[in-house]
Design a protein around this ligand. Structure first.
Ligand SMILES: Nc1ncnc2c1ncn2[C@@H]1O[C@H](COP(=O)(O)OP(=O)(O)OP(=O)(O)O)[C@@H](O)[C@H]1O
Ligand SMILES: [Mg+2]
Length: 153
């Protein structure tokens, strides 16, 4: 599924719609790909707000990971741009994170070199004129349910 995001508000709306259509269960993995400044954090923040994240939404640029308690359960926002390698992810304790969280939102998943495990939904943002294009790809049954709910929203 592709959609055109003419401005930042459109990116935020997509984030809010992803929150509203997020399926139940636990351990969902949403990967956000795209160049520097493509809008990954903008979308992640809107998604976290939509899920009812309490408190300030910080950027995980240096901490790599920020935990949130939301009305939908615990959610992690990760930014792996500065990840040194898959070992570092393991040392941070990634192994248990999926089962412990409702959803993991991961910027720069490429940095993990495939050690994140199976992806449910992948979202790629690309520069297009003055806006962005989003391409969403479901990679699991929960991911497909998520996209279906998003389309009918
Ligand atoms: N659809 C859009 N059209 C134009 N500008 C947008 C759009 N969505 C977001 N932006 C702008 O692009 C910038 C995106 O910054 P953001 O930090 O979200 O990018 P990022 O992909 O997380 O970058 P990084 O890889 O550095 O983490 C912001 O200035 C935001 O206002
Ligand atoms: Mg970012």
């Amino acid at each position: 599924m592709r959609c055109w995001l003419p401005d930042e508000d459109a990116t935020c709306r997509l984030g809010a719609e992803l929150a509203a259509s997020c399926p139940g269960g636990s351990g969902l993995l949403l990967t956000l790909r795209g160049e520097l400044g493509a809008g990954k954090s903008t979308l992640a923040r809107a998604l976290l707000r939509g899920l009812g994240a309490s408190g300030t939404i910080r950027s995980p640029t240096y901490t790599l990971v920020e935990p949130y308690s939301t009305t939908e359960g615990p959610v992690l926002h990760m930014d792996l741009y500065r990840l040194a390698g898959a070992d570092e992810l393991e040392n941070l304790g990634y192994r248990d994170w999926r089962e412990q969280h409702r959803l993991l939102i991961v910027e720069w998943p490429e940095r993990a070199g495939g050690s994140l495990g199976p992806i449910d939904l992948d979202l790629e943002l690309t520069y297009s004129g003055s806006g962005r294009e989003a391409r969403l790809e479901a990679r699991s049954d929960p991911g497909k349910a998520w996209l279906r709910a998003l389309r009918t929203a």
